[in-house]
Design a binder for this molecule. Structure first.
Ligand SMILES: Cc1cc2nc3c(=O)[nH]c(=O)nc-3n(C[C@H](O)[C@H](O)[C@H](O)COP(=O)(O)O)c2cc1C
Length: 213
């Protein structure tokens, strides 16, 4: 074997572990997506109230702002949404991960989950379904559309009001993310996490790649 071949063999041996490191592993069709918020969706009115953990949630438009939540047929929350045509989305802090998890374990058709986890409600401003006091950010939503795929319903809610807890705001009124401490849900990995640290600002961080003339 010539010295050239030995050289290439050595290079290959050195690089091989890194090639292996970057190999993609096919996982098949999966609903894995992270991070996503674990929200608490309140449905119903007055004495007919329910709360459920909902992580398949997304924002659709700016104006009017529309949020979507995906609910499986048979959820008590879905029955109440159809009955009253409204709901509230409440974002819990990370400290309330156990309460949130409980709301995803038990159905409101069996018990009053709000009572069990010791959360209280507060009147909404524009709808009759209340918001959760203990959750620092809340959205009041009116149902505008439902889309069905198999046994899943995508519910579109127009956000008619939002609320932020004073205690998570800075002096200038902006949101202090450290105080808000939003709960992060890792679907399929099945873990709750906190949000981590700030890396940079939106729409200026990308300027790093702007071509100079
Ligand atoms: C973190 C978490 C997120 C969840 N996200 C959803 C969801 O997006 N859609 C859904 O239909 N069920 C979801 N679930 C399951 C429901 O919360 C659960 O079935 C609950 O018992 C439904 O309550 P209900 O019958 O009172 O509506 C989730 C559960 C957990 C723990």
């Amino acid at each position: 074997m010539g010295s050239g071949s030995i050289f290439f063999a050595l290079v290959y041996l050195l690089v091989y572990p890194f090639i292996m490191l970057y190999k993609k592993i096919p996982m098949g069709p999966s609903h894995l997506m992270f991070p996503i918020p674990a929200s608490l969706v309140v449905t119903g009115q007055s004495n007919d109230l329910n709360v459920a953990a909902v992580a398949w949630i997304g924002m659709m438009t700016y104006s009017p702002p529309i949020v979507t939540i995906s609910l499986k047929e048979g959820r008590h929350s879905l029955d109440l949404i159809r009955k009253y045509k409204e709901f509230t989305v409440n974002l819990p802090s990370a400290e309330h991960y156990k309460e949130t998890d409980y709301c995803g374990l038990v159905s409101g058709s069996d018990e009053n989950k709000l009572e069990t986890i010791g959360f209280s409600t507060e009147d909404s401003l524009n709808i009759k379904t209340p918001i959760i006091k203990e959750c620092p950010y809340n959205m009041e939503c009116k149902v505008v559309k439902e889309v069905t795929i198999d046994c899943w319903q995508l519910v579109f809610g127009e956000i008619v009001e939002t609320h932020i807890d004073e205690s998570v705001c800075k002096n200038d009124g902006s949101i202090d993310v450290n105080k808000l401490n939003p709960l992060v849900y890792l679907a399929q990995i099945k873990e709750y996490w906190t949000i981590g640290n700030k890396l940079g600002d939106v729409k200026t961080s990308g300027e790093h790649f702007t071509k100079k003339p």
